[in-house]
Design a protein around this ligand. Structure first.
Ligand code: PGA
Length: 258
């Protein structure tokens, strides 16, 4: 695991976007795993800037989103379909047929989830998965206690997640209780993973995910089992890491690519 600590949210976002942009330049038909929430907004802003100012081309890119609330139509402003359109897809040139987001309105959850997993495989697997982390250590909507081998499925959200996400809704009761989410096992099959976290509210979860034991109680800790993970943090999110000196030392002394 590589841990990169930036001074600010913007610096963190730009550095993470550079990794995604570099992949797309090397592999124009890359398959990207997308995340929603406040964390990746800066990363999407920077990818849009790279597209508009520097010609980063998404015309052959395919995307798979991590999750979606159950019960919200695609055009509902709180849905992740809407979020992705607003903050990313309307600004870049990913063909609409290459965009996959779990359906919040399917009547057959099991069949949809099996199809989603199959589509990821048919598209060659995810090259790089973007992740945030919840204050309870979740990745996607894999709440504490989720199997570390879990696949895409219907999931009941934890109370804390509902409370955390209530800020986006008018009333706490409006937050959906269910979501369709990629599983931890699905996420671990991505070839590379970029996880971002900013702010003090994430510091404890980040420390447990990176430096604590691997446990289903902090599903982000499963990333320790993955061979290619880069974690981008701002100073606040990094503030509870015990090995801060070490993570910085490694960054300052990265071996030259030979
Ligand atoms: P946030 O959510 O980016 O809105 O903080 C992250 C997450 O819950 O994965």
């Amino acid at each position: 695991m590589e841990v990169l600590i930036a001074e600010t949210y913007d610096e963190m976002s730009v550095r993470a976007a550079a990794v995604v942009g570099k992949l797309i330049k090397i592999k124009p038909n890359a398959v990207l795993g997308m995340a929603t929430g406040s964390t990746p907004l800066g990363l999407y802003r920077e990818l849009v800037r790279l597209h508009q100012d520097e010609g980063l081309d998404f015309a052959q890119v395919t995307t798979f989103n991590l999750d979606e609330y159950v019960g919200l139509p695609n055009d509902e402003p709180h849905s992740y379909h809407y979020f992705m359109h607003e903050h990313f897809f309307q600004h870049v040139d990913v063909p609409s047929g290459n965009i996959y987001i779990p359906s919040g309105t399917t009547s057959n959850h099991a069949a949809f989830c099996a199809w989603y997993e199959e589509r990821i495989r048919e598209c060659g697997g995810i090259d790089i998965q973007i992740l945030g982390i919840g204050a309870d250590g979740h990745i996607a909507f894999n709440e504490p206690g989720s199997s570390l081998g879990s696949r895409t499925r219907l999931k009941t959200l934890a109370r804390q997640t509902i409370e955390d996400n209530a800020r986006f809704f008018e009333r706490p009761d409006d937050v959906p209780v269910y979501a369709i989410t990629m599983g931890v096992g699905t996420i671990l099959e991505a070839r590379a993973i970029v996880m971002l976290a900013n702010g003090k509210t994430k510091a404890a979860a980040v420390a447990r995910a990176i430096e604590g034991p691997v446990t289903s109680m902090i599903t982000a800790s499963a990333l320790q089992l993955h061979p290619s993970v880069r974690v981008f943090l701002d100073r606040d999110a990094a503030s509870e890491l015990q090995m801060n000196d070490y993570w910085n030392w490694v960054q300052e002394n990265r071996p030259r690519q030979g």
